[in-house]
Design a protein around this ligand. Structure first.
Ligand code: AMP
Length: 387
């Protein structure tokens, strides 16, 4: 569980950290305070203990009384949520109803919300959904060509993820370009451990590469991205695997890790490829190829592309990946300025394309700040409605 105390107006971070291995006997929390970093054991491995550590740190900084709300990242909001929502018992039930769609993520999100409500009972809690931004996709983009009953009865459709990040970097890119977001068509690429691209028209998602689950689309750290749906049956028979074992392998043993046989870490793969490791080279090249193909495909959703945007650990740091993707996107009028590209490392956003070509930008994503902003906007709206 990642957490941060944010001043919404300035974006300043008063406290941040990470609780790891929750649910196990060796859970711990890392706190980044103005005075330095600290690690605290969480012997019970619970969310409640993690929130007690956060509350203690707020007291220590003397800012507990200044906290106005808790914003939660919730992975799946199904078709119900196209906006952030004030968490009520009814909203929590709706998040619970989405558990079958995100069995690994939503239960953890619910546990976090319940612990936060217990720790800060007087504060409003807001859910910000990873899927919400993509609820504006048209039906041609979100429907699978499968029996209609699967959609109507079981919600089988494309939802998309990383919405908070795509929305944030699209708005930042508009600022960088000095043009209103409402007028722009953008292809945003969030490239972290999970990777997705999004077609953003006038600030709204009109298509994205992830689908029913975060497994669809690009080659990722350990996820396969797109495969032939016939693969499941084939490999289950050939290798004597169960369906859930195939799904687990596609989620955890595939992607960069599967192709390279070495690592899911792009930095490590770039170094190994430079030393001549054939698997690492193939993994990086396949990652780039599939990414460029998806980004070009998003031009169909947009009709016209005003700019390309790179973000996430790989998008913000790997000049090699960005350069190789832009080299493959000449079809869109893209090109790379090698000097600008080399200079754009984490913390430095900006343009990496030469003048007169399709603008390509690196933008540092900030999901925590976006969640905080959306939380504040929702609460301000509710207050306004009451007045
Ligand atoms: P994230 O999930 O956004 O933190 O991104 C994680 C990914 O970013 C991992 O694949 C890292 O290898 C990659 N990454 C971080 N720093 C670099 C770097 N300097 N060069 C290449 N990849 C990097």
């Amino acid at each position: 569980m990642k957490f941060a105390l944010l001043d919404v107006r300035s974006g300043a971070v008063g406290l941040s950290g990470l609780a790891e291995r929750l649910g196990s006997g060796d859970a711990s929390a890392r706190l980044d305070l103005p005075g330095g970093r600290r690690s605290v054991a969480l012997p019970g491995g619970t969310y409640a203990e993690a929130f007690a550590v956060i509350a203690g740190a707020l007291d220590e900084l003397g800012v507990r009384g200044d906290v106005g709300a808790v914003g939660h990242r919730v992975v799946h909001g199904g078709e119900r949520f196209s906006e952030p929502a004030l968490i009520t018992p009814e909203v929590l039930d709706a998040v619970r109803a989405c558990v079958p769609l995100a069995p690994l993520h939503n239960p953890a999100n619910i546990a976090g919300i319940e612990a936060a409500r217990a720790a800060f009972p007087h504060l409003p809690q807001v859910a910000v959904f990873d899927t919400a931004f993509h609820q504006s996709m048209p039906e041609v983009a979100f429907r699978y060509a499968v029996p209609e009953a699967w959609y109507r009865q079981h919600g089988v459709r494309r939802y998309g993820f990383h919405g908070t990040s795509h929305a944030f970097v699209a708005a930042e890119a508009a600022r960088e370009l000095g043009r209103p977001l409402a007028e722009l068509t953008l292809v945003t690429a969030h490239l972290g451990n999970g990777c997705s691209v999004c077609a953003v028209a006038g600030g709204r998602s009109v298509d994205t590469s992830m689908g029913l689950t975060p497994l669809e689309g690009l080659v990722m750290g350990t996820r396969s991205g797109d495969v032939d749906p016939g693969l499941h049956d084939f490999i289950a028979r050939q290798a004597g695997l169960g369906l859930s074992e195939v799904t687990a392998a596609l989620n955890r043993e595939s992607g960069l890790l599967g192709l390279s046989g070495l690592s899911n870490d792009m930095r490590e793969l770039e170094e190994a490829a430079a030393r001549g490791h054939a698997g690492a080279r193939l993994a990086v090249e396949a990652f780039v190829y599939r990414l460029a193909k998806q980004m070009a495909g998003m031009a169909v959703a947009l009709g016209r592309v005003d700019a390309l945007v790179f973000t996430g650990g790989i998008g913000e740091n790997s000049a090699a990946v960005r350069g190789a993707v832009l080299a493959r996107l000449g079809v869109l009028g893209a090109a790379v300025d090698p000097a600008l590209n080399a200079r754009a490392v984490r913390g430095e956003s900006g343009r990496i394309s030469p003048e007169g070509t399709l603008p390509a930008l690196v933008v540092n994503t900030n999901e925590e700040l976006m969640i905080a902003r959306q939380t504040q906007d929702l609460l301000a709206g509710l207050k306004g409605a009451q007045a």
